[in-house]
Design a protein around this ligand. Sequence first.
Ligand code: MN
Length: 491
Amino acid sequence: MKFAHLADSHLGYRQYGLLEREQDFYDVFDKCVDKIIEEKCDFVIHSGDLFDKSQPSPNALLRFQKSFFRLKEANIPVYAIAGNHDSVRKKGVIPPQVLFRDLGLILLSPNHPMDSYNGVLICGMPYVTKSNKSVLMEAYKLFEEEANKYVTSILVAHQGIDKYLPFNPELEIGDLPNNFDYYAMGHIHNYINDAYGKGRLVYPGSSEISKSDEVLDYNKKGKGFAIVELTDGEPLVKRVTVDLPRKFIKTTINYDDLDKKLSLIKNKIKDLEKPPVVEIVVENGDFSASEVNEIIREALNDYCLVLRPKFKPNKSNDEILTGDSNLGSRQLLAEALNKKYNNSKITDFAVELLNSLSHDGSEEASLVCENFYNKHFASDRLNEIDSNIKKLDDFNVNNDETGSNDDLNNNSNNDLSSNELNNDLDESDESKEFNKIINKTNPIIQEKLESNNKKFKSSEDFEDKNREALDSESVIREKLDKNQTTLFMER
Ligand SMILES: [Mn+2]
């Protein structure tokens, strides 16, 4: 029995905003499917980031649909999980793979984390963030028990592991259950094939170059996927490389060699069928970036789809930007935050936020914030609401005296989290006492609410704020708990 293992196809990714690059990603995926059918694989595992976005374009969906039907015609079932790109970790939102479930795609999800193919156990969960790792660890406990009942088992995951991704991984290598025969991984775009558990742990890598820092690994190992033959012993992993539709050249040039190197590159690319992506770093020398930029564009622009020159002259006005070129933006961010706050929770949060924002994930980012807030400040939030109730009472008293409509409007614009509101607090014993009562007894809260509504029914906004503020503590706690537990159990 043999299967194909793919990951990180990123269908729909329009690199550099170019239609040509979107097409390249589709083409290379089609080539992978050709080879899978040619090799007569029994089934396919896709370890996440099939699509580049959780809401892919109809183009991306259609291209996958065509490939999927080709596999279906060849009687090759597809098992898949959602990766960080094609899942939105938000209540009620589903990954795009769900669209193909009724057509036969087997989506491993919290609702259906385990399946089997001819007696081989296949377990998998969608990508989870570091802060929700416990959800994954619980699933892994169940998987481990289940794997004991099978001769052969496969674990599917879309996560970074510290051994291979030293910076900001979600998992440590020991977190994976160790009684599986094959670990079908996704997320890291380079090719990795390692021993783990009873067999092999493989990241097949992405099928196209989605970031220029993948070029080095591509030059050494190519891009493609894995064909895995299940035997009585350790699975046999065969790496299948696929020719990329377009050359991706990344090179560093010494300023002194500029002319010579540019003509070499020109000769290399001028007759290519498809114009390449070219990234050039010019370094070592006192030069003007804008002048060198002109020279490079003059020499190569006509032959490139994308030409991206970068400059590192010896003298620089900006120490921070040049810095240590080996450090990625995430590492630089982490170093700066560690220096400033020395708090790993803040650093992790910032990096997680940067990750989600860097791939169009504004929804995902707001969720990361919400999680962080709920985790570390939920109790503060409740205190804040207490304070607002107290403030409201003070306000009512004042308003009875002044009857000022402006005051009302000003206060109605205050957000619950406004600092002003907290700073203004009157800490009198009376209001503390009232605060206690109002928190303990719902009937009193209701009464308060009604009387407020009578007073301020002219301002609907204010009414809303009152309602929010007067929600009792238990109701809010319930909401928070519910939010956190349902977050990852939607699919
Ligand atoms: Mn990916």
